[in-house]
Design a binder for this molecule. Structure first.
Ligand code: C2E
Ligand code: MG
Ligand code: MG
Length: 644
């Protein structure tokens, strides 16, 4: 079609063979149809040898408009379109010249057309009006001028080429733009997908698929704002903690733990669908916010009492056994609730109170719920205050020990001391028990306990050294639940005794019942390890906790300390005497020692003596005292008998 990138194909539409010849002679040197007649007709091709400066044209001719249109559309279909068509404006066989032009453009809109008009042709202005103005149409007046024809052919074929190239370029640009747009759209779609996934990850917990803390915070803040605007709108936050999840995680592995969490999440979801019937909530959302902690937000509740029913529903639903590896597991939940209040300005305020209430629920036992009240808030604030002051004290080692004498009931001679932790927190008036509880909750009991052991061993060493008549005196040291769980306990006890050369049988470790029963297997293992060191083991505060007499023999114990609540009540209530009698009988049978706490008056002493208890401790003999006071006591009472 093109020579050196130039379309040189021309079509002459002319009824007059003479005029066709004239065009041929102008545009090409060879002018012969396939039959060699020289007559114009479809398919006749004439080739002109290239003359320097002038393009070589392929010239074809058509005698009628119909033929010309057919040739133009066939040529275009073949991919060899004409560049320029010279049309006789005066065609009178078949379509007119103007019709031919119109149809030619219909067949090939790129055609550059030269209308050749004779003196009797329509005026140009009429032609232009009929065909519409177009820069692809020029007028050539007959008789034709050879140079003009050649110039038109050259210029218009060049123009065709330029506009063709431009439209090709445009098409290419268009297609590039289209494919770039498609790529961009694909990238945008992918990005939107990734963003959606990220958003989901940012707002959801990967294990359970429930919303996470971030999402929940947003929702709670919205509720707070709404309830501040319209006080009729009420919401509640339930803080739910699984009571024994850690144990399951530790014993069955994290995979099983994750399964369980998923099951729990599913039960919560199912349960929430039915909440509307219980609490008439507008909307509710459950989220997992930590290891075994879930939070449920109830939006738009009608009556705060409804949330208590909801909490009970959750507890019941989680109380049904879970099946893992074919085994049935019971998972209890403790739930703390906080309901909307004008005091709440941020999500963390509500969550803090729900959390506080949850701790209260836990302290009530397993599978309980508690609704937050401001007193809890004050108690929580106080706990925090004690904790931070205690931490400070532990860091600076500003701790001390008090020692309370323990005496033989029959002889009233001193047999040892109980080391009691003391730490003054100015301005807070916190009892030792309160401080120990905070230390236990916060984990501070671990460093404190280590210190207590070392200090007790050090002081005992000193008393033994300075008062040879006291060398048989023993030391009782308390350990709590958290310390039992600590792997380092046994080693630190061993080291304290070794460092101060205290024979292990001089040390008695007092463990509370709750310390043992919270995690019985672990406690048993730890007690055996302590026993292997050679220290004696006593169960402290016996009778106040969960233990039954029957399980005393299950632990490697050397004795029990009967709680002072019994001592105080025995005098008034015969039933308590009967219980203590039973304890004494059993302990005797198990060859265990019995110490009685809290002996405050001679009647109590007489009673515990008559019941057959070995040793006693109480204000009747001495209150807890400082190490220096113990020194003075040992100095002043060489026979070690304490006046009752
Ligand atoms: P506990 O082991 O039962 O200690 C006996 C508690 O009874 C002491 O209270 C003691 O002061 C008090 N007490 C002794 N005789 C009488 C009496 O005749 N009447 C009355 N009303 N009370 C008497 P304290 O010192 O307040 O200690 C409270 C608890 O704190 C202890 O109870 C023990 O469980 C715990 N604790 C104390 N020191 C430590 C420690 O170093 N480590 C651990 N883990 N717990 C400790
Ligand atoms: Mg004790
Ligand atoms: Mg006690």
């Amino acid at each position: 079609m093109t020579e050196r990138g130039q379309n040189n194909r021309l079509l002459i539409v002319e009824q007059s063979a003479a005029l066709c010849d004239e065009f041929r002679s102008v545009l090409s040197s060879v002018s012969a149809g396939p039959d060699g007649s020289g007559e114009p007709g479809p398919g006749r091709v004439e080739r002109r040898r290239p003359t320097p400066g002038i393009s070589t044209f392929v010239v074809e001719t058509a005698g009628t408009g119909e033929d010309a249109v057919a040739m133009a559309s066939a040529a275009r279909a073949r991919g060899e379109p004409y560049a320029v068509v010279f049309v006789d404006a005066m065609l009178d066989a078949g379509m007119t010249g103007i019709e031919a032009v119109r149809w030619l453009w219909a067949a090939d809109p790129e055609l550059q057309i030269v209308a050749c008009a004779g003196p009797r042709s329509q005026p140009w202005s009429d032609v232009a009006r009929e065909l519409g103005r177009s820069d692809q149409l020029l007028l050539l007046k007959k008789p034709i001028d050879r140079d003009e024809v050649r110039q038109l052919a050259c210029t218009l074929s060049r123009k065709w080429q330029l506009s063709h190239d431009a439209s090709l370029q445009m098409e290419e640009m268009d297609s590039n733009a289209r494919s770039a747009t498609a790529k961009l759209e694909e990238q945008i779609r992918l990005r939107a997908e990734v963003e959606e996934e990220l958003r989901h990850l940012a707002y959801h917990d990967p294990v359970t698929g429930l919303p996470n803390r971030t999402y929940l915070y947003d929702r709670i803040e919205q509720c707070i704002q709404r309830s501040l605007r319209s006080p009729d709108f009420k919401y509640a936050v339930l803080f739910l903690d699984l009571d024994n999840f850690k144990l399951i995680n530790d014993t069955m592995g994290h995979d099983r733990g994750d399964w369980l969490l998923k099951d729990v999440a599913q039960r919560l979801r199912n349960c929430m669908r039915s909440l509307d019937a219980i609490a008439k909530v507008e909307e509710d959302v459950a989220a997992r916010v930590g290891g075994d902690e879930f939070i449920v937000l109830l939006e738009g509740i009608r009556d705060p009492e409804d949330c208590l029913r909801v909490a009970q529903r959750f507890i019941d639903i989680l109380n049904r056994p879970f099946r893992i590896d074919g085994k049935e597991l019971v998972v209890c939940a403790s739930i703390g609730l906080a309901t909307s209040s004008r005091e709440y300005l941020q999500a963390k305020d509500v969550l803090r109170d729900a959390d506080t209430a949850m701790y209260r629920a836990k302290s009530l036992g397993k599978g309980q719920y508690a609704l937050f009240d401001p007193e809890m808030h004050n108690a929580a604030k106080r706990r925090l205050e004690i904790e931070s002051r205690l931490r400070d004290t532990v860091n600076r080692e500003r701790m001390r020990l008090s020692y309370q004498p323990i005496v033989d009931v029959q002889t009233q001679k001193l047999v040892g001391f109980e080391a009691l932790f003391r730490c003054d927190i100015p301005g807070l008036d916190a009892s030792p028990q309160e401080i120990i509880n905070v230390a236990e909750d916060s984990g501070l009991i671990i460093p404190i306990g280590k210190w207590v052991f070392r200090r007790a061993c050090r002081d005992l060493r000193q008393w033994h050294a300075e008062h040879p008549h006291s060398q048989h005196l023993r030391m009782n040291v308390n350990i709590s639940r958290r310390e039992i769980a600590d792997k380092g306990l046994v080693e630190s006890v061993r080291k304290a005794m070794a460092d101060y050369s205290i024979p292990s049988h001089m040390i008695t470790v007092e463990v509370t019942e709750s310390g043992i029963f919270k995690d019985a297997d672990l406690a048993l293992e730890r007690l055996r390890e302590l026993r292997d060191l050679g220290v004696r083991l006593y169960m402290d505060d016996f009778g106040t906790g969960y233990s039954s007499l029957a399980c005393l023999h299950s632990y490697p114990l050397d004795g029990v300390k009967i709680d002072r609540a019994f001592t105080a009540t025995m005098i008034r209530d015969q039933r308590y005497i009967a219980v203590v009698k039973a304890i004494v009988t059993l302990c005797r049978a198990l060859r265990m020692g019995i110490t009685v706490e809290g002996v405050e008056n001679p009647e109590q002493l007489e009673l515990v003596d008559s019941l057959g208890c070995d040793s006693a401790q109480g204000y009747l003999f001495a209150k807890p005292m400082s190490a220096d006071d113990v020194m003075i006591l040992l100095e002043r009472t060489p026979e070690l008998r304490l006046a009752a």
